[in-house]
Design a protein around this ligand. Sequence first.
Ligand SMILES: [Zn+2]
Length: 275
Amino acid sequence: MENNGKINPQNLGQFRLLSESLTELDELKKIFEELCSKIAKQYSLYYENGKPRKSTLIETIARSPCLTCITKSFSNKTATKNVDSLYKECHRLAVNVLVEELYRLLNTMGYKVLISAEAELEYGKADILITVTNYGLNLKGETRELLIEVKTGNSVSLTQIFRYLLDFRSDTIIVWRIRKRQVLVFNAQKIKPLLAEFMRIICLRADRLLSSQRIQPCQHTKQSNYQPSQEELEKMFEEFSSALIETLPTILQTTLEQLEIVIPSEQGENCEREK
Ligand SMILES: [Zn+2]
């Protein structure tokens, strides 16, 4: 089958032979960039600022191997998820509480930090991005960052976590699953081969999409838009309110622990003494 000349999936196989280092991921990211601009052009997937919608592209391609479902989703840009605004409000509240508590805690511990909500990343927006701004001389010029994702529902998206880790800005992402009363830490270094495999299948599938001449209709039915009942919303909110207060110390403690890994301990101590 014709392959638009440039990207050949057989080439992707060669990267597999390279060591599972950042170089491999870097190579895959470059291939992705090329495929991404082609798909964005074909389906007009751009933000208002003219940049390709990389996060939408990855999410859609990762969701299903069915090319028909993927193209349907690309063509149906107006379809917005009908999420009850109470969920959004809970999410906003949790992010706001956490940002302020983190500022208080980290300043008390001697860290100088910048905490951004809705931080723009290469493949999407992170709920919270902590940037440490006080390094010792030996760390000068290096960026030390930590990502936090706040989940108010029961779901968790691996694609989302992978998208953030593929940014390389932070090796660590902390997921605060409030209603599950869980704080999970994901580390890019520990799952590097899987991250590379993920990027690889995105590239392979994107290439398969671009090189397909004719896409057959499929039998996959659309998921219905689930609407929670009043009782369900009340129950969710009660669970959320108690779980937020209960797990707030855990998320703060975990963030502090992860920052201590990011910043060597003597740095933290120095910061303490400087105060
Ligand atoms: Zn389908």
